[in-house]
Design a protein around this ligand. Sequence first.
Ligand SMILES: [Cu+2]
Length: 223
Amino acid sequence: MRRALATILGAVTLTLLIPCLTPAQTDRGRLDVLVKDERGKPVADAVVSLTPPGAIAGPPRPGAVMDQQGKEFVPLVLPVAVGTPVTFPNRDNIRHHVYSFSPAKRFELPLYIGTPAAPVVFDTPGSVVLGCNIHDWMLGYVYVLATPYFVKTAEDGKGRIGELAPGTYEARVWHPRLRAETEKTATPVTIAAGEPGQVSFVVALKPDRRPIRRPNYEGVQGN
Ligand SMILES: [Cu+2]
């Protein structure tokens, strides 16, 4: 009798294990994120990322776009997975001169109109601060992540990361004006199939100090 019971239990265990070994898409989970500041105000343009416990598969990264429009970088923050090629189309009818001195990617796109022929490939994780030599107030960020699981928060401070395999991940938050180091925000998060996980961050931000935009300034010599 005892042996029969053991056999039945063995069969049940095996049956339960099989779906786990071959997870279907429906077994995926998701994470809802919320970022607020110390006064409880929602924080937009924060990037929340998830680092999985194992190795990260490296599928080809689709390209991303950082526009220059109305003499501003659009979007202000562009999160990308490491290895992503980014194009910098100029939608204005004047020239821009995009550059970055950030250690994660030093590059320069000398004065141009239209889309430069070759995209810039962001191959090192970290934040890349963008500027324009002509328009001092133009400021943008490419945030390069070692993981493909991330989301940028909307005006309501919310975002969602979907299609996650169940397991325990580390969540982190980044923002251009974050006072803390992103590494110190690491928080374990468990993702289960069928039930949305949730993580919220309360962040302290530095004041927003951008150079004042000069009205109708086209740049020197009509650039
Ligand atoms: Cu410019």
